[in-house]
Ligand binder design. Sequence first.
Ligand code: 2M8
Length: 467
Amino acid sequence: MQAPARPTTIAEPSAEEAGIRRGAIRVLLANWTGAYTVPSRRLYPHQWSWDSAFIAIGAARWSPRRARTELMTLFGGQWRDGRVPHIVFNPAVPEDAYFPGPAFWQATAPSGARTSGIVQPPVHALAAWRVHLADPDRAFLYRIYPRLEAQHRFLRTSRRMSGSELVSIVHPWESGMDNSPVWDAPLAKVPAPPMRERRRDLAHVAAGERPTDRDYARYTAIAAAYRDAGYTGRTGFVVEDPLFNALYGAAESALARIAAVVDADPAPHLRRAEEITQAMLERLWDPSGGIFRARDARTGEMLPEDSVAGLVPLILPGLPADVADRLVATAVARFGLKDGTLLPSYPPGGAAFEPARYWRGPSWLNTSWLVLEGLRAADPGLAHRLGAQMLRAVREAGFREYFNPFTGEGHGCGDFGWSAALALDVLADPALRAQYRLDRVPAPLGQLDQQRGGVVEGGDLGDQVLA
Ligand code: 2M8
């Protein structure tokens, strides 16, 4: 008689998965400051807004307490008007470690924290909800809900610049995809006086993998003009971005869920989520291209270039099925999203494509993760393959900031926070892992157990240090 087959459960990590998990936790431990996680020790030595949201999403899979602390620390830098600045500076880091630093921004939050004065995509409500799902904690939601509400109130009241439900960004850095080719046209209209300040990023990363000096001069000029206007009103760059607005809409849906837990009214959030989706379809959907595009709110025109930002609205609950299907088709046909390729930040067939330069082509794990989340409903098979590709990228190149979408070669800085965190999140998903496991060689059991033990110890130790 044949011995019964040993039951295999998806929850059991392979040696390879355990290795990725251990590596990711090592990065999160190394970048942890005691209250938040820096994106990179050298290149980005402060707290960044949307980085912390992505990091909280992944950290929740390992240490939910850290994830909650990460978000609460960020909101410690929130302004009285509700805005959550894109950088909260660490006072212990010298001014010349990062440009533009606190002396440039000249902004102080009510808590006394020195901050920048611009914002980043509002992925925080979604992050707070994911943290709660990983480790339900109503007290955390009670504390963060009013802060999230204020963040959204700022966007609603100060950034609805076209009269529609959509919000505008007033600096390319607010998109998170700083030097995307989509910004080339509106940026070309901004005068670029030569920069007096010295760039610090080129001390850490090759110039060919970063924005050009000309782009940097423009970023500095727009930020300085906004600062000098008291961080209000328009700048020379005012754009409705599909990624920013899709996250704004998805975050309103998350706020509705949070509201239901904290005895608040979900209805206004649900209504706004619907209105945002509707406005995106009316103002940013390009039916001939099968993608969402950014609109220049100064001229009212759609911008000629598109990017992976135009696929992120897949994450919007309530997106019509035919629009979702078109987006999936575009992801496959123009972004090459199929087996064996990473998801590029800009379509490889586009004239401005560069596989290794920052947001002009390379694959990033955060935009990949957002598209993956959207694909769960629209095309689960493709979502699983994308998850597998994300894990392969970090397995082969390490937790780099971005990756050549064809070769998987790593670029930008190493030990990058959200690359580590989002790999943890993908690893924690049983459906995605089932797919990833298809092409691995199982490790001997003894080795597995040892590795699993090591990871758990790392997590517990980190939490004890925090406590
Ligand atoms: C990059 O942006 C900063 C400016 O905010 C920079 O280049 O110095 C972007 O990739 C942005 O999305 C990210 O949040 C930040 C930190 O990782 O770096």
